[in-house]
Write a protein that binds this ligand. Structure first.
Ligand code: SF4
Length: 354
């Protein structure tokens, strides 16, 4: 048996190297072995719980950027319905519905380069209201932020901001020409500075190499990312990805497992595209991954909440609700609490190194 990672029994050490991570994406190591090893780590940090996220596309289209995978990109002609930011009342009732569906986190996503001053005030008000009145965890994904905007979101009580790095630095120019990988990193550094937890992941299948996927996993580890959505490219009409990669269900699972082994204590999300790419093997994806989306993605329908809940339960996992929380010992509960987020970043940087 080839050891995948020299996994220490402590909750934070993983000594997996880039070479080993790359091997996981090949066919040298049996899939069952990879599933077993990644499941042990997943179990250690997240037991058998699954976090359910519900996305709300609060503003669609009108984007000046040209990300090739995105239906909302400039000149995309994808036929999506464009609309300005929904009213606060509409977004709040979407959040209520998400809570009723068993959501662990409600993700408000808006298209565009970044929010203007008016929208940052509206987003901050919504974060406050949803957190206080529904007790639901909130994530905002609104593009590039400056320090003032990050500060406002933090003051409103935001504990998670999503900004995906999407692909490896050396592949970024192939998927977007209107902003750079460095622009994205800069926003993540600002988010971190304001003690908001980072959610950042990638889209696989954009023509990147397996080595590129490994690079992203280690970059997210370097950044101390708390939540990693692993999206599988959905080739929507009008996309501009030149050579989409062929993704088999097995490769998708190997990718999820590699992210788990490289980032043992991060939330790994089987995100957009799981239905089409993992197909009948979706439940197996829960062995390495501990979270998923229900009720669809930005411009694509996904499986509904009841189907997904059934899949989770049939596979022997349970949905995690905020009340349930983690099963950590006292000092670990403190370590992972949102009040301690800056120390958690340091802890991950010092203890979870390549
Ligand atoms: S991913 Fe975001 S920034 Fe890029 S085109 Fe789509 S909406 Fe615009």
């Amino acid at each position: 048996m080839i050891a995948l990672a020299e996994q220490n029994t402590s909750k934070t050490e993983s000594k997996i190297t880039k070479d080993r991570a790359l091997k996981i994406l090949g066919d040298e190591i049996p899939l069952t072995q990879i599933l077993h090893e990644s499941y042990l780590i997943r179990q250690e940090f997240f037991s058998n719980k699954v976090r359910i996220h519900v996305l709300d596309n609060i503003q669609n289209g009108y984007c000046p950027e040209d990300c090739g995978y995105c239906a909302q990109r400039k000149g995309g002609n994808s036929g999506i319905q464009e609309y300005p930011m929904k009213s606060e009342g509409e977004i709040f009732s979407d959040a209520k519905m998400a809570k009723e569906k068993g959501a662990y986190r409600f993700c408000m996503v808006s298209a565009g380069t970044g929010p203007n001053d008016k929208n940052i005030d509206r987003l901050s008000g919504l974060v406050r209201k949803i957190t206080n009145e529904l007790g639901l965890k909130v994530c905002v994904s609104a593009g590039i932020l400056d320090e003032n905007k990050a500060e406002k979101l933090k003051e409103a009580g935001l504990d998670r901001y999503n900004h995906n790095i999407n692909t490896a630095e050396n592949h970024y120019g192939e998927i977007c020409s209107t902003h750079t990988y460095q622009n994205r990193l800069q926003t993540l550094e600002i988010v971190k500075k304001y003690k908001i937890g980072i959610c950042s992941g990638l889209i696989v299948g954009l023509g990147e190499s397996k080595k590129d996927i490994v690079e992203v996993a280690f970059e997210l580890k370097r950044l101390g990312v708390l939540s990693i959505p692993v999206n599988f490219f959905i080739p929507i009409a009008g996309h501009a990805i030149k050579n989409p990669t062929n993704l088999s269900p097995e490769l998708c699972i190997r990718i999820l497992a590699m992210f788990r082994l490289v980032n043992p204590d991060s939330e790994i999300r089987m995100a957009a595209g799981r239905e089409g790419h993992l197909r009948s093997m979706q439940a197996m994806g829960l062995y390495p991954a501990n979270s998923l989306f229900v009720s669809g993605y930005l411009n694509v329908k996904g499986s509904n909440a009841s189907e997904t809940l059934k899949m989770i339960q049939d596979a022997g996992f349970v949905p995690e609700f905020e009340e349930g929380g983690f099963d950590f010992a006292t000092e670990e509960e403190h370590l992972y609490s949102q009040d301690n987020i800056q120390n958690l970043y340091k802890y991950k940087r010092n203890n979870v190194s390549a």
